[in-house]
Design a binder for this molecule. Structure first.
Ligand code: FAD
Length: 338
């Protein structure tokens, strides 16, 4: 089968590698627009083994081992969850740009034609696609992340469960351990993790309408309320804060005639879960193994995974009860009751 995968992130590469290994002819388009400033992300315990099983050994070389998570959630005191003795194995703090570059290298090694190009045009329909006026394909895969470049053009409805954004800064590291630290505040929650090279990421997750006209100021004011995160931020002026969408959302349906959506293009989970990478990689590799079969059972499976995410998310937000009247928490309390 001639397969075109749009998006060369973790989900797109997992799909492409798995389909190529099954003997399909695969072209992977990536527009290279992931911001160079996109900071590290955590691969939870057990993720390394999973990634190696799909892409080959040694995928995590050069990335920093993560010791666990420490959270001030429901109280101002930090509670640590150690990965070191975790039954599922080691976790990692990733350098995302490096990680994605290695994924695409592994895809090339598996025989995938990796092309640095943006999807600009889709014509045709199920089983008879023409892409960017250059490639013909029997099967089209949307792995373009939250952009949903293919499904947007096909008119597939996307249901948004919230309007979260992340205000992300790379800051000096005051010397904290290699834990991901999470801390709730009245307008949302923070996470911070060390980055390779001695810096760290400090990100505020809040609702878009709670960000003031000056996002740098919003970030600084919120940091004043986060005692544990502030203690990890070293001295030095923070003058640049980037804003990225960070909401939970999913498509009304995940596949159709001659196409499938995987990863964040299909289902984007709340970053609080740290499950986005694993979910995307697993669902993509799974879909690629079923390429010439009916995807109805696959879709049902990922609807169940999504329902489970939603249940866990509601439970986690319900654990924080200190600011029931603050809009961020009141909205989530309503969500968790419905
Ligand atoms: C603030 C924040 C923090 C997060 N932290 C974590 C974490 O710690 N752990 C974790 O597991 N997950 C985390 N996530 C989730 C994780 O980032 C995603 O789940 C994951 O990147 C999804 O992978 P993907 O391959 O589906 O999409 P992406 O990684 O978004 O890849 C999509 C690719 O498609 C390309 N593309 C887009 N449009 C086009 C187009 N038109 N043509 C060609 N190419 C295109 C993009 O440039 C990109 O390379 C976080 C998310 C956010 C927002």
């Amino acid at each position: 089968m001639r397969v075109i995968v749009v998006g060369g992130g973790p989900a797109g590469c997992a799909y492409a590698v798995t389909a190529a290994h099954a003997g399909h002819s695969v072209v992977l388009l990536d527009d290279g627009r992931r911001p160079a400033t996109w900071p590290g992300e955590a691969l939870p315990a057990g993720g390394a083994e999973l990634v190696d099983s799909i892409f080959g050994a040694g995928m995590l070389e050069g990335h920093a081992e993560a010791y666990g998570t420490s959270a001030a959630w429901g109280s101002a005191d930090l509670v640590a969850h150690d990965f070191m003795a975790h039954w599922a194995g080691r976790g990692f703090h990733l350098d995302r740009s490096e990680f994605d570059a290695t994924l695409r290298e592994r895809a090339r090694g598996a025989g995938v034609e990796v092309v640095a190009q943006r999807l600009s045009e889709v014509s045709g329909q199920g089983g008879d696609w023409r892409i960017n006026d250059r490639w013909e394909a029997d099967w089209l895969v949307d792995a373009s992340g939250r952009a949903g470049a293919v499904v947007g053009r096909l008119g597939v409805p996307r249901l948004r469960l919230d309007n979260q954004v992340a205000l992300i800064a790379v800051v000096a590291d005051a010397g904290g351990a290699r834990f991901t630290t999470v801390e709730a505040i009245p307008d949302g929650w923070w996470y911070s993790a060390p980055l390779p090279g001695g810096a760290r990421v400090a990100a505020l997750v809040t609702d878009a309408d709670l960000v003031g006209p000056d996002r740098l100021r919003t970030w600084h004011e919120a940091l004043d309320l986060a005692r544990s995160i502030a203690s990890l931020v070293g001295t030095g002026v923070v003058s640049e804060v980037a804003a990225y969408p960070a909401g939970a959302a999913h498509l009304e349906y995940l596949h159709g005639d001659g196409w499938v959506a995987v990863g964040d293009a299909a289902v984007s989970v709340d970053p609080l879960s740290s499950q986005g990478l694993i979910t995307g990689i697993v669902m993509a590799a799974h879909a690629a193994r079923l390429i010439e079969t009916d995807l109805a059972a696959w879709e049902l499976n990922y609807r169940a995974v999504l329902a489970e995410h939603e249940e866990t998310r509601a439970w986690l937000y319900a654990e924080e009860t200190r600011w029931p009247d603050a809009p961020f928490w009141a909205r989530r309390a309503v969500t968790s009751r419905t």
